[in-house]
Write a protein that binds this ligand. Structure first.
Ligand code: PGA
Length: 243
């Protein structure tokens, strides 16, 4: 893992955007793994700025989002499809048919999970996977558990995850109880992973991700075994290269 620390979130957003842009510049039909939540909003703004300056095109790029809520209409502003449209896709020249978000309203969710994996298998591997991290160490919606899933699957959200996401809804009751998420296997197959961690309140989970034991109870700790992970953060943490 490579750890880059930034003094300000603005610097972090720019650096993260630059890395994603550099991947698309070097491979116009790059496959990007996208994330939602509070973390990537600023870096998506930076990408849009660069696009508006005419310095990058996403005409050939393809994207696969990590996850989507189950049962939330895509028209709901907090669906991850709506989030992606609002924060990125509506402002760049990516072809709508090249943007993929799991369908959390599919009549047969298991079939939808298989369809998503099949598409990823056909079009992947992902060149750059962007990740945020939950306070409990989840990536995508792979929640801490005794076992993790390799494939895309329907997950029951932990109460702390629903609590954390309550800020985007009117009340906890409105936060969906389930989501579809890419599994750990697909995430780990990405050629490069960019983990963005913002806010000192995530310093502890980031320390456990970087330096703690590799455990399914901290799904992000599995990233220690991936050959090419770049971590960008404004947290005060160290990466211990030996014990
Ligand atoms: P956040 O969520 O960016 O809203 O903090 C990150 C995550 O839960 O993966």
């Amino acid at each position: 893992m490579i750890l880059h620390k930034f003094k300000t979130q603005a610097d972090l957003d720019r650096a993260a955007a630059d890395l994603i842009i550099s991947v698309v510049r070097s491979k116009t039909n790059a496959v990007l793994g996208m994330a939602t939540g509070g973390t990537p909003v600023g870096l998506y703004k930076e990408i849009v700025k660069t696009y508006q300056q005419g310095l990058i095109s996403f005409k050939e790029a393809r994207t696969f989002n990590l996850d989507e809520y189950v049962g939330l209409p895509v028209t709901h502003p907090e669906s991850y499809r709506a989030f992606m449209q609002r924060n990125l896709f509506d402002h760049i020249d990516i072809k709508p048919e090249n943007t993929h978000v799991p369908n959390g309203n599919a009549p047969d969710i298991d079939a939808e999970c298989r369809r998503y994996d099949e598409m990823l298998y056909q079009q992947g591997p992902v060149d750059l996977q962007l990740l945020g991290i939950g306070h409990n160490g989840h990536i995508g919606f792979n929640e801490p558990d005794t076992e993790l899933s390799r494939f895309t699957y329907k997950v029951t959200l932990k109460e702390d995850t629903r609590e954390a996401n309550k800020r985007f809804f009117n009340s906890l009751d409105e936060v969906p109880t389930h989501a579809v998420t890419m599994g750990m296997g697909t995430i780990m197959q990405a050629k490069m992973i960019l983990l963005v961690v913002k806010g000192q309140e995530k310093a502890e989970i980031l320390d456990r991700t970087l330096n703690g034991p590799i455990t399914t109870q901290v799904p992000a700790s599995l990233l220690q075994t991936h050959p090419r992970v770049i971590v960008m953060t404004d947290c005060d943490v160290q990466y211990k290269v030996s014990h």
